[in-house]
Design a protein around this ligand. Structure first.
Ligand code: DX5
Ligand code: ZN
Length: 218
């Protein structure tokens, strides 16, 4: 499967956001991961659709908006207008509205994804595989960059990939987010993830292109 690298701008200098996404594109990134936090679903507040609109003119890369917010459905239209390509929502935030919310994202012409926290069983995603473009397994508890990868995430990714393969969705995008670095990306990909989010691993490097290439394993 094609490996896609999705640097998270959470770890970048927000005052340079336009420049940053240009550098990411020049460096060979595949997606730009935007971590939206509301101070409720997770304690910190980061940014909202205004940031997405601000970076949109500076890159043609798809913008992958990870909504760590309660009631995400109240923001879908704004993210669409801002130029988001992917919107992913947490099962823990949406509850029984998860299916409906994924449908709303698609109806607006964006790609949709369901996300689970490290303590939510992988089985919570099974019913959502057919109606999601992407499934996101958090490999840290959401809220902060720079945390350590939770090793149990590997077997969770593997379980989900096996489910997708056995049920007719072998090429479904499985994204992993949190604590990914050059040292563990190989086993993460071997477990079955193909969309790799990395914040600190990319932005602590002076050469973004080199960091992206290392994560891709080339
Ligand atoms: C965590 C965010 C992640 C974070 C990843 O809540 O969803 O996307 O930015 O950062 P690193 O790669 O530093 O763990
Ligand atoms: Zn994220």
């Amino acid at each position: 499967m094609q490996i896609k690298i999705a640097p998270s701008i959470l770890a970048s200098d927000f005052s340079q956001a336009g420049e940053t996404v240009k550098r990411l594109q020049a460096g060979g990134a595949d997606l730009v991961h935007c971590d939206v936090m509301d101070g409720n679903f997770v304690p910190p507040i980061t940014f909202g659709h205004q940031m997405v609109a601000a970076i949109r003119p500076h890159t043609s890369l798809p913008l992958d908006c990870h909504l760590m917010v309660l009631h995400p459905e109240t923001h879908f239209e704004e993210f669409k207008k801002a130029g988001a390509d992917f919107v992913t929502v947490h099962v823990e935030a949406c509850g029984e509205k998860t299916r409906e919310n994924l449908g709303k994202i698609r109806a607006l012409g964006m790609k949709c994804g369901a996300v689970i926290n490290p303590d939510t069983p992988v089985e919570a995603l099974y019913d959502l595989v057919p109606i999601s473009d992407m499934l996101l397994i958090m490999s840290v508890f959401p809220g902060w960059g720079g945390q350590k990868f939770i090793p149990e995430s590997l077997s969770r990714i593997e379980k989900l990939r096996n489910f997708c393969v056995k049920n007719g969705f072998p090429a479904r995008d499985i994204e992993v987010d949190g604590g990914v670095c050059e040292g563990n990306v190989k086993e993460i990909v071997a477990a079955g993830a193909n969309v790799i989010v990395a914040g600190s691993a990319v932005f602590r490097s002076a050469d973004l292109g080199e960091a992206v290439r290392k994560l891709r394993g080339v």
